[in-house]
Ligand binder design. Structure first.
Ligand code: DQA
Length: 141
C-alpha cells in the first residue's frame, strides 16, 4: 500500500512554531518517524510539504493514479480551502486527516474543517502519534 503524507502551509516551520500546540519535532524528524512506523507496518510512504496551495492540489491529482491512501495535514488550509476539498473529493481511496494540535480546543475558526467529512478518520491533538494512528488505521483497510 502506497500512502501519500501531505503537509500543507507552515508545517515546514515545525520546531519553530509554538511547541505547546505542535510539539518540538521538526518536519524532517516527524517524517522520519512516519517512515519508521510505515516500514514496521509494511506500508510505503511518500512524504511531502508545500506552502503553495496549487502544488498541494496537484499532488492530490497525482494521488488519483499513484496512491492507495492519503494522509493530509493541510495546516490552515484545513479551515477554508474549498480547492483542496474539491481535489480530495476526487479520490476513491481512504483519506485520513491529521492535526498535531487539538483543533477543537483552540480558536473558533480552527473548529471548522472543510475536509473533515471526506476523511474516513480525523485525528487531532495527538501530536506525532496521530500519524502512527493514521498509518495503523490504513494498514487495517
Ligand atoms: C494544524 C492546525 C491548524 O489549525 C494550523 O493552522 C496548522 C497546523 C495542526 O497540525 O495542528 O498549521 O493543522
Amino acid at each position: 500500500m502506497r500512502v501519500y503524507v501531505l503537509h500543507g502551509v507552515n508545517l515546514d516551520m515545525l520546531g519553530r512554531r509554538d511547541p505547546a500546540h505542535y510539539g518540538s519535532l521538526t518536519l524532517p524528524e516527524l517524517e522520519g518517524k512516519v517512515r519508521e512506523w510505515a516500514e514496521a507496518l509494511g506500508l510505503e510512504v511518500d512524504c511531502r510539504q508545500t506552502n503553495a496551495e496549487s502544488k498541494y492540489v496537484e499532488w492530490l491529482h497525482e494521488a488519483l493514479d499513484s496512491a492507495d491512501a492519503v494522509i493530509v495535514n493541510p495546516g490552515a488550509w484545513t479551515h477554508y480551502s474549498y480547492a483542496i476539498r474539491d481535489a480530495l473529493e476526487l479520490l476513491q481511496v481512504p483519506i485520513v486527516e491529521v492535526h498535531l494540535s487539538n483543533i477543537e480546543a483552540r480558536e473558533e475558526f480552527r473548529r471548522i474543517s472543510v475536509v473533515r467529512e471526506l476523511a474516513a478518520l480525523t485525528i487531532s491533538g495527538k501530536g506525532a502519534d496521530g500519524y502512527r494512528e493514521a498509518l495503523e488505521f490504513l494498514s487495517e483497510q
